[in-house]
Design a protein around this ligand. Structure first.
Ligand code: S3P
Length: 280
């Protein structure tokens, strides 16, 4: 009798597992289909991100809303009221939502997205937003080089010079292009070397962010971390260097996005629409 009870319970658990697996397979499949339709009918492609940094989705994937009583989170709250496993179930649900974002991202683009542009054109800000909205991995080439070298960019320039730093950039790019679905935020000088551009195009879309010298100055004026600007922090110098580099930036770019006076959500939506469109 006892063993029969155990077997019955085991069977019911197995059935639960089957439901979960089937539901997950179906959810991911539907997510892919929805991404395709959103692309086709020019619907917004990005899940929105709250200013606090927590993810918030559009209506269709049911992930965390800014207002927790909205959408499926309201349903979850009701269902979990008094449930002893509330915390665990919320964690699992959150994981499913994050995975859904990734699946959606894979449907929208399969390459790496390389953000390039002059210092202060918003690469890091755009990168952080995209990463939250798409659940994909972010690489900031400057930060990764700093980590590996165990010193700041300014320190590298001071001790080993710019040429050494540029070699680090090329090495890192070669490594990153073996992976996919990354958002790679590149240092402002990355596209100056033809070899780098070649590497970037192997497996990535190069997105150039642009801004006026005045906007750039406004964004970088308080920073001490950019050795090229440290003794030249003024609009004239920025305008001159930008002009000198412009042909290389333009030549490298697959997609160009102006960031002047725009909010990050708007910039990222245009970016993903163009990347997704160009992948077809
Ligand atoms: C550089 C830009 C910097 C950094 C280094 C050199 C450049 O990155 O890589 O100081 O040559 O434009 P950001 O564009 O992220 O500031």
């Amino acid at each position: 009798m006892q063993t029969q009870d155990i077997e019955k319970l085991q069977e019911r658990i197995r059935q639960c597992d089957e439901h979960i697996i089937e539901a997950l397979i179906q959810r991911m499949q539907l997510t892919r289909e929805l991404a395709e339709l959103d692309k086709k009918y020019h619907q917004p492609l990005l899940t929105m991100v709250s200013a606090q940094g927590g993810g918030r989705s559009g209506n269709h994937d049911g992930s965390r809303e800014d207002n927790p009583s909205e959408g499926l989170y309201g349903y979850l709250d009701t269902m979990l009221r008094g449930c002893p496993d509330e915390t665990m179930i919320r964690e699992i649900y959150q994981t499913v939502m994050e995975s859904t974002k990734k699946v959606r991202a894979q449907s929208l683009f399969s390459c790496n997205i390389l953000l390039v542009g002059f210092m202060g054109t918003g690469k890091s800000t755009v990168s952080s937003y995209l990463v939250k909205a798409l659940g994909v991995e972010e690489i900031d080439t400057d930060r990764l080089i700093e980590q590996r070298e165990g010193r700041s960019i300014a320190g590298i320039f001071e001790t080993d010079g710019e040429a050494y730093f540029r070699r680090c950039e090329t090495q890192l790019l070669a490594e990153l292009q073996k992976r996919k679905n990354l958002i790679i935020s590149c240092g402002g000088g990355m596209v100056l070397q033809e070899e780098n551009v070649r590497l970037m195009k192997e497996n990535g879309k190069i997105v150039l962010l642009t801004a006026s010298p005045e906007t750039i100055y406004g964004r970088v004026k308080d920073s001490r971390e950019r050795p090229l600007l440290n003794n030249n922090m003024n609009v004239e110098f920025i305008a001159g260097l930008l002009e000198k580099r412009r042909p290389k930036y333009l030549k490298a770019a697959d997609i160009i996005i102006d960031t002047d006076g725009r909010d990050v959500a708007d910039i990222c939506e245009e970016l993903i629409e163009k990347v997704a469109g160009s992948a077809e």
